[in-house]
Design a protein. Structure first.
Length: 562
């Protein structure tokens, strides 16, 4: 029975290693070993002029689940309204945490630098999310559609004139900027983008003026356009989601794979009176949302080779001749800080994706966050959290370790019996069951309590992997960034040593092959930890040390040695 149990466990562990290798292969652009599928090519955008592929010209409404038909992308040959033939100008909008570059072409946000976030590999380089160059396209756009005439309403391709720039009262930083168009399709549009101190949220105010003699009924659209490439510096040993996400009150949070957009294999809810659209990557996200419960249509679209969009369209109330209507939208671009996102919009914190373990991961993050507010060091907070978890599971672990200690104690007796009856396999099983019964040992007693804890520790794994607050955060001495691998591999070596020590404390399988595998597998598993973030390795190391301490004490109490 014990042999079967161990064989099953090693098969599961070995298969997990194969799946991990498969994910690594896919992440590096190779074909998967299982479930092969066509995925979008990970190459730079093929458009010579990046904005050309997103030109706006038609006024057709979008079909369900699609981008505004030809309107925002590459539709009918109609006139795109422009204020003049002047070249596109770039302007800066800035507060103490973010610097945005705004184009006079549609007041599009073409660059976003996070002033409090630096590249772990080069502390002199700030993290840049939105950008537009030969290898990267990531933009936030907005405009109007719905005109019935041949001339389109002002949209994200309309050249706009700068009206004003306002500086923050607390500093000389330009934190509010206003653009205006000439009349287009009978409508004049004024856009004001504003930042508040300490906030990554950009407020977009749209003032729409009807300059015709008839009522008009425009629709406001907002969209995020991004290439399908993974973020630079993404680890090859673990993969995180990169791509669009949609949230509605009815269906909650749904990720949308780039390959599903390409195949038009979409299942998200495309009409709702609440929700947001987002573009997600490891640690960071951008999102459009409205500050009221207006009806909106949600769309995704493949624009060009390796270029995709996700957005929303909302009706604007009828505007009588000569009247003005104002409507607002918000654009967030920044780190996935749960507490900040929870305040901005319901469900926005879910862009920090824990997958199916969210129900466990969210309370674990809450506890880790509270611990850190007291300790003030994320590394020691990880240690403290593992201590609390081990205390919570102390009794369950004690039962498992007692069972394993008893198994270790009767190991010599089982080995002798197997050697004596090596030519009688059926009698070996009968004798083994007799020994278990006499010694009151449950061969599964060492596994079941540990299996119960696996979801909790997996959830904590994803919490530590996803928590942006640990980026560029030091622990002690040589660990200057808990989100980066240990530069001197000290923690991974210690983790490997503790894994081997745990193997020594566990009962040795009677079968020689299984006994060798017990030593080989921890070594193979430990190799990955040399490339994992230091915070994750610290978590596993702390867990190993506490497990070894408890197991050693129980072994000593029961008189088990060796």
């Amino acid at each position: 029975m014990n042999d079967i149990k161990r064989t099953v466990l090693w098969v599961i562990f070995g298969f997990s290693m194969v799946l991990l290798w498969d994910k690594w292969q896919v992440h590096n652009g190779n074909k998967p070993l299982f479930f092969p599928a066509n995925s979008p090519a990970v190459v730079g955008p093929s458009v010579s002029n990046p904005t050309q592929a997103m030109s706006s010209s038609s006024n057709e409404l979008p079909q369900s689940g699609a981008a505004p038909a030809a309107s925002l992308i590459q539709g009918k040959e109609q006139t795109t309204p422009k204020t003049s033939e002047a070249p596109v100008q770039l302007y800066t909008l800035k507060n103490d945490v973010i610097e945005l570059t705004i184009s006079s072409e549609g007041a599009t946000i073409v660059k976003a630098k996070l002033l409090k976030q630096t590249d772990p590999k080069d502390n002199t380089q700030l993290v840049t999310l939105l950008d537009q160059n030969a290898s990267r396209i990531y933009l936030a756009q907005s405009g109007l559609i719905g005109a019935s005439s041949s001339n389109a309403y002002p949209n994200h391709k309309t050249l706009m004139q700068l009206v004003s720039q306002e500086e923050s009262k607390a500093s000389d930083l330009p934190s509010r900027i206003t653009f205006e168009t000439v009349e287009a399709g009978g409508v004049k549009l004024k856009k004001t983008l504003a930042l508040k101190p300490g906030q990554y949220d950009v407020e977009l105010s749209n003032t729409i003026v009807n300059q015709t003699q008839q009522p008009v009924h425009p629709k406001l659209y907002v969209q995020i356009v991004r290439d399908g490439n993974k973020p630079e510096g993404e680890s090859s040993f673990y993969s995180t989601f990169t791509g669009p996400a949609v949230y509605t009150a009815e269906k909650k949070y749904q990720k949308v794979e780039f390959k599903d957009i390409e195949k038009n294999n979409l299942s998200f809810q495309d009409h709702s009176e609440s929700g947001y659209v987002a573009m997600v990557q490891h640690y960071y996200a951008s999102a459009w949302f409205f500050d009221d419960n207006r009806a909106r249509e949600i769309f995704t679209k493949k624009i060009d080779t390796n270029l995709y969009s996700v957005g929303m369209i909302s009706d604007v109330s009828d505007i009588a001749p000569g009247q003005t209507v104002q409507t607002k939208a918000h654009f967030y671009v920044g780190p996935q800080e749960e507490k900040r996102l929870e305040i901005l919009y319901p469900g926005l914190e879910l862009v920090k994706d824990y997958g199916w373990l969210t129900i466990l991961a969210k309370p674990l993050y809450w506890l880790l966050y509270k611990i850190n507010t007291v300790i003030g060091n994320w590394g020691w907070s990880i240690v403290a959290l593992v201590l609390l978890l081990k205390a919570a599971f102390f009794w369950i672990n004690a039962q498992a370790y007692k069972s394993m200690a008893k198994m270790k104690a009767i190991g010599p007796k089982i080995t002798e019996m197997r050697e004596r009856l090596k030519d009688k396999p059926q009698q070996i099983q009968m004798e083994m069951m007799r020994i278990y019964k006499e010694e009151k040992v449950n061969p599964m007693g060492g596994c079941l309590p540990i299996v119960i804890q696996i979801p909790v520790f997996m959830a904590l794994y994803w919490v530590l992997l996803s928590t942006v607050e640990m980026r560029n955060t030091p622990w002690v001495g040589w660990i200057h960034d808990l989100s980066a691998p240990d530069p001197f591999y000290i923690l991974p070596f210690l983790m490997t040593a503790t894994s081997l020590l745990q193997t020594m404390l566990n009962p040795t399988p009677p079968d020689p092959v299984q006994a060798k595998m017990m030593w080989i597998m921890p070594l193979a598993f430990s190799v990955m930890f040399f490339f994992f973030p230091a915070g994750l390795v610290l978590y596993w190391l702390t867990n190993n040390i506490l497990s070894i301490s408890q197991q050693w004490l129980i072994n000593k109490k029961l008189g088990v040695t060796g």
